[in-house]
Ligand binder design. Structure first.
Ligand code: SF4
Length: 322
């Protein structure tokens, strides 16, 4: 029995074959870095979440073609692809520039979907209309919004420079156009406890987001969070704690919600803590979450009954960690 509806399961059901995401990095920036909304970015931001193996100096076509070639070598010729615009804020730019970039994916017949990561305060109507147009052209289109926490005090503390209301507004407008929405959440942010993680999961459920990403907070060198960590003012979660909280959240998320990610993938040279966020330990974390679900006799959506108020009976106040 699959206890979690991972993206790979959803994609196989939908497209009838293996589907892989090809992450691409482009020379985008972010309004929370360039001074439009803020400077310095979110306190944990490291290189706008760009994977180490990608370079924005490589053209989009080169990145797509290399991604397709490598995945086909590994997973077979029938594999199909989503192009995933991952790093920084991929809707933050002139509309003609964005159209030109997104149009590139149409040239590859193996590409069945477009996946665009952004901030909830960077979803103007014209960009959502543009994205919706790729649906009409036959692609499945996901838009991924970083929320991280449903607690506004936390958003201020981590310098997100947007509110919870921005997320609600962006999700509703994206869904009105038939775009599939994935919401990013982080477990273990400064000052948060279990009830915050539960509330964040409940917001994702209430918005009927089609997808969710959950990952533990991790500290990269040379970030504002690294300073707090090195001064002893912030601690990351143990693997056992993260697994427990991730399962608590998954129990609230409806069974049909697609789980795009359950852990982080950091590079060894840059990661301060925790060790289990290293790229090479990714499967260990996922397996630990699956084992915890099995131990509880649980599954995604076990407590997702709408209108029932979630799992308040399980809410036990824990000490704030910040
Ligand atoms: S929104 Fe993303 S790219 Fe922008 S500062 Fe925060 S983490 Fe970095």
């Amino acid at each position: 029995m699959d206890r979690i509806r991972f993206f790979r399961l959803y994609a196989r059901e939908t497209f009838g074959c293996r589907v892989r995401k090809i992450p691409v990095a482009l020379p985008f920036t972010c309004p929370n870095i360039d001074g439009t909304k803020g400077r310095g970015g979110c306190i944990y931001c490291y290189r706008g979440s760009r994977p180490a193996h990608l370079s924005p100096r490589q053209s989009l076509r080169e990145q797509i073609e290399e991604g397709i070639r490598q995945a086909k070598d590994r997973y077979g010729r029938k594999t199909r692809f989503f192009v995933y615009f991952q790093s920084y804020t991929n809707t933050y730019g002139d509309i003609a520039y964005l159209k030109n970039l997104y149009d590139t994916v149409l040239d590859y017949e193996e590409v069945v979907g477009l996946d665009v990561g952004t901030r909830p305060d960077c979803a103007p109507e014209e960009v959502l209309d543009l994205l919706a147009n790729y649906k009409r052209l036959g692609l499945e289109v996901w838009i991924e919004f970083g929320l991280q926490s449903a607690n506004f005090e936390t958003l201020k503390r981590i310098n997100r420079a947007h509110g919870v209301s921005d997320l609600v507004d962006a999700v509703l407008r994206a869904k009105k156009r038939g775009l599939k929405v994935c919401i990013h959440t982080i477990v273990g942010l400064p000052g948060e406890s279990r009830e915050d993680f539960i509330e964040t999961a409940k917001l994702v459920r209430a918005l009927r987001a089609e997808g969710i990403k959950i990952h533990p907070i991790y500290v990269m060198k040379n970030t504002a969070l690294a300073k707090l960590y090195e001064e002893g003012r912030f601690k990351t979660l143990s693997l056992e704690e993260y697994v427990r909280y991730a399962v608590d959240m998954l129990e609230i998320i409806p069974p049909e919600t697609v789980v795009h990610r359950l852990t982080a993938e950091a590079e060894r040279e840059k990661l301060l803590s925790p060790d289990y966020c290293l790229y090479e330990r990714k499967m260990e974390v996922i397996e630990a979450i699956e084992r915890e679900m099995e131990r509880r006799g649980s599954r995604q959506g076990l407590l997702s009954v709408e209108g029932a108020g979630g799992n308040f009976e399980k809410l036990v106040e824990e000490p704030r960690r910040f």
